[in-house]
Design a protein around this ligand. Structure first.
Ligand code: HEM
Length: 412
């Protein structure tokens, strides 16, 4: 229902242009460069109606509200039945995703998050700095000439960091690149075809972790899996199923997105040589540079929620039951918050990017992802000062996760 504000009539806008732009975002052309489409959507109206009925927001303030305001909750799993998957518990990919910390609402969310958050505090993460610096130097030592940056650096670094933390043995880690990529297809528009890829991958991840948990039960170590096993054995804090789901989420989230931060970040820098030179020559820039790279091309482009209590969004009353998509990647380029939002400015100050979400689901791994990128990108640029693109990169075909499958570079 349209409402009047300051003389202007506000309302939820749908229609052909909105449908076309939103559809393009799900296709190769829009995935490669969503930003002009976000800008146009933002111009059309703060709150848009997609053809499937979901509401879409693209302004910084509205995206931040969707992330932070508890009246926007995660889709309860019974809604999956409503969306056409009444048998969702029979699908390993859906079960492992929709019963994870990322999707649960309080009080289960609160209980599970409390169990793992201690491992990711800023202090605990900073203590990993020397280990991460060592891993970065070792990876760089093994590089020369033309390489695929994703395969040789952007994937191995975060997978080894989170693998060490969790206690996944080094030799077992590489197989998870494609398994997690296939499982996270559930972030896309769900279809039986998506599940044909995602289900076996989720089942393989679960089976592997069940084996690891059994082993840690027999012989505990000083890793996070052992800590979760101890919590499970100590009483009613965590079931075996929750333990496996939590371990799978931490492992997957620990590298999938950080791989893309490193790759998207490098591509943005290569397209802005003066900024690249500045990051290489000024170590004091590392912190603000990573915030700006997160803002400029976020590895996670959207979050989705359902309205559980009537609420006002973008000046418009929204009813309970409405599904909402918040394009974080669009909010990050909102000119109301960022001057000259399409320019990469590594010393930009001001609002934090929306890339880690907000509220109770604010990314648990944010301090870790930040630290990895703050160490890795300047070290890479110092080691290979004339690094250049070498051939055509291959993008990941995903609406939610923005990044590359392959990124050929010439290391000089
Ligand atoms: C650049 C890298 C990363 C980005 C852009 C990112 C982004 C996000 C976003 C947007 C959310 C919130 C989703 C929502 O509200 O629906 C989230 C949640 C989460 N992230 Fe990350 N993430 C990154 C790295 C990591 C790492 C390294 C870990 C490692 C442990 C991690 C673990 C998690 C977990 C466990 C959650 C769920 C938290 C909860 O629901 O309470 N993430 N992340």
């Amino acid at each position: 229902m349209p409402v009047s504000e300051g003389g202007a009539v506000l309302g939820v806008v749908g229609g052909t242009e909105v449908a076309t732009l939103l559809d393009e975002l799900t296709r190769t052309v829009g995935r490669a460069d969503p930003y002009p489409r976000y800008a146009r959507l933002r111009e059309i109206s703060p709150v848009l109606r997609a053809e499937d009925g979901a509401l879409v927001v693209t302004r910084y303030a509205d995206c931040a509200q969707v992330a932070r305001d508890p009246r926007f909750a995660h889709l309860p799993p019974d809604m999956l039945a409503f969306l056409g998957f009444p048998d969702w518990t029979e699908h390993p990919a859906l079960r492992m995703f929709y019963t994870s910390l990322l999707i649960l609402n309080p009080p289960d969310h609160t209980r599970l998050r409390r169990l793992v958050s201690g491992a990711f505090t800023a202090r605990r993460v900073q203590a990993l700095r020397p280990a991460i610096e060592r891993m970065v130097e070792e990876l760089l030592d093994g590089l020369a000439g033309e390489v695929d940056f994703v395969e040789r650096f952007a994937f191995p670094l975060p997978v080894n960091v989170i693998g060490e933390l969790l206690g996944v043995p080094a030799g077992d880690r590489a197989q998870f690149q494609s398994l997690v990529r296939d499982w996270t297809q559930v972030l896309e528009i769900l279809s039986p075809e998506v599940l044909r890829t995602a289900d076996p991958a989720a089942a393989a991840i679960r089976d592997y972790l069940a084996g690891l948990v059994a082993q840690r039960r027999r012989t505990p170590a000083s890793d996070l899996i052992s800590a979760l096993v101890a919590a499970e054995e100590a009483g009613d804090q965590l079931t075996e199923e929750e333990l496996l789901t939590t371990a799978a989420l931490l492992f997957a989230a620990g590298f999938e997105t950080t791989t893309n931060l490193l790759s998207n970040g490098l591509v943005a820098l290569l397209a802005n040589p003066a900024q690249l030179d500045a990051l290489r020559d000024r170590p004091d820039l590392a912190q603000s540079a990573v915030e700006e790279l997160l803002r400029f091309d976020s590895p996670v482009q959207l979050i989705s929620r359902v309205v559980v209590d009537p609420v006002e969004l973008g000046g418009i009353p929204v009813d309970e039951g409405e599904r909402v998509i918040a394009y974080l990647g669009a909010g990050n380029r909102d000119p109301e918050r960022f001057t000259d939002p399409d320019r990469l400015l590594l010393d930009r100050a001001g609002d934090a990017p929306l890339s880690f979400g907000g509220g109770i689901h604010y990314c648990l791994g944010a301090p870790l992802a930040r630290l990895e990128a703050q160490i890795a990108l300047p070290a890479l640029l110092r080691r290979f000062p004339r690094l250049a693109p070498a051939g055509t990169p291959e993008r990941r075909e995903s609406l939610t996760i923005k990044g590359f499958l392959r990124l050929p570079v010439d290391l000089r």
